[in-house]
Design a protein around this ligand. Structure first.
Ligand code: GLU
Length: 469
């Protein structure tokens, strides 16, 4: 595949952060839209913090969002740890050409020298000592004088005064490469043309651009995407907030809703709704249109998006998506009693009440429970007046004689009994609902009774009637 080469380069030190997921999606959208490539590179060089299961978790979570290896625009995953030799060789090349030098000062030496001289940071003290490699010696980049201008697609040109950038470390004292170096060497080797990543990396960028330039290469196009913040306007973090994409997936958020929501964190699709399908977002997305200020990761809005996507599903799609919850061992009914046909009939009546797929079992439980546990307090309250008792008995009688077991007929029957006893439909429904579903609130009653069926509805009504005074 020719064309621009974007990449996503997560470190597998945890779950896929929702901010990382947004960065991945934006890169993905651009790579596809521009007929280019999305490279997935796992930056697994921090052995103390990496775990193989995190790597797989990230790959799976991306695939769930639709960023997957069987798409022709996808390349990888590559693993940074496999390129350590190249990182070191590149560092040696920089040393050989004079763009880097060895330094034998320890952190304690640097601190003492700063104290003595009233300075801060590393002041290039070993620049001209002509040291060669040796145990404990770090390799530092020789920051040239002048200004480094980073052309950033999100923020425009950002200038950095090189005098304020210390000679940073490329190789540690044990010879291992630092992130700044490894990241550039891989981007260069993988032909990356666009580095679109989190804003927190912006301070690394002038240093990395200097490495690109010292290697005689054309730096990539940069784009630093704004932070995600919580309700308190604090950067969202795994200590304070729910940031793992996998957690949303496991709680019953839909991939399409998550994709739509993440895409619009800091970017507004064309048209009058933020609810947009992938194809139109991919066609319209531009980094130049991304908002510079932090984006509010609003859980209420995410829930609203999810609800909207759930409502838009056909019953069959809803069943398929909800199946892991509907047939889970901990569903609030014996799983072998779950009936797809009954569920499909009920689906349109519960979809508007679901925020996540995990809400579905609790809305249909009464259809599949052999017996419902009638809430005693609710029952006492619903049947607390003589009118209510009369309506309940009347409803049972009317339903026993009902020829057409449809929601409309069930409603008309109860309405008539209610009217005869001076109760509006809302009040008249209450005892029937409690008797049949066990609760005072739930999906639309008459549709529920229709789905539950004549025999089971009448059986439950009769059982409850026996409880009446
Ligand atoms: N591994 C780095 C991170 O996860 C990625 C840096 C980059 O995208 O250049 O923050």
């Amino acid at each position: 595949m020719t064309g621009p080469r974007y990449r996503f380069a997560p470190s597998p030190t945890g779950f896929l952060h929702v901010g990382g997921a947004r960065t991945a999606l934006w890169n993905w959208a651009l790579a596809r839209k521009e007929g280019g490539t999305f490279v997935l590179r796992i930056e697994d060089t921090d052995e103390a913090r990496n775990r193989p299961e995190w790597t797989q978790g990230i790959i799976d979570a991306l695939a769930w969002l639709g960023v997957h290896a069987d798409d022709p625009h996808f390349e990888g995953p590559y693993f940074q740890s496999q390129y350590a030799d190249q990182h070191v060789a590149t560092a040696q090349r920089l040393f050989a050409q004079g763009a880097a030098y060895y330094c034998d000062m320890t952190p304690a030496d640097i601190e003492a020298r700063n104290k003595a001289e009233g300075t801060q940071g590393y002041q290039g003290w070993s620049r001209d000592l002509g040291l060669g490699p040796g145990p404990g010696r770090v390799l530092r980049f020789r920051v040239p004088p002048g200004t480094t201008v980073v052309h950033d697609l999100v923020r425009g040109d950002v200038s950095f005064d090189n005098a304020l950038i210390e000679d940073f470390v490329l190789l540690r004292g044990n010879g291992s490469p630092m992130f700044l170096l490894a990241n550039v060497v891989d981007d260069l080797a993988m032909g990356i043309t666009h580095v679109i990543r989190a804003e927190e990396h912006l301070s690394n960028t002038p240093k990395q651009q200097m490495i690109w330039e010292a290697l005689g290469a054309q730096p990539p196009v940069w784009g630093h995407v704004p932070l995600l913040v919580n309700e308190q306007r604090k950067k969202i973090s795994k200590r304070r907030d729910k940031v793992a994409l996998e957690q949303y997936r496991d709680e019953g958020y839909l991939a399409q809703a998550m994709v739509n929501y993440l895409m619009t964190l800091g970017w507004t699709p064309k048209g009058d709704s933020e609810i947009a399908g992938w194809a139109s977002m991919e066609a319209d997305f531009r980094l130049e249109d991304v908002n510079h200020s932090p984006a509010f990761f609003d859980l209420k809005k995410l829930a609203a998006f999810n609800g909207e996507y759930i409502r838009a599903m056909t019953p069959a799609e809803f069943l398929e998506a909800g199946r892991p919850w509907l047939t889970a061992a901990d569903a609030p009914y014996p799983v072998d009693r779950f009936d797809e046909g009954v569920f499909l009939a009920m689906a349109p009546h519960i979809q508007p009440r679901c925020v996540t797929l995990a809400d579905a079992p609790g809305l249909v439980d009464f259809l599949f429970q052999p017996e419902v546990a009638v809430d005693a307090e609710a029952w006492a309250k619903a049947t607390g007046t003589p009118e209510a008792v009369a309506v309940f008995r009347g409803a049972l009688a009317a339903y026993e004689g009902l020829g057409d077991w449809s929601a409309d007929a069930l409603k008309a029957g109860l309405e008539a009994v209610g009217e005869a006893n001076g109760l509006k439909l809302g009040k008249a429904q209450a005892p029937v609902r409690v008797a049949v579903t066990g609760r005072t609130v739930g999906p639309p009653l008459f549709e529920s009774l229709e789905c539950l069926g004549r025999d089971e509805t009448l059986r439950r009504l009769r059982l409850a009637a026996a409880l009446l005074p």
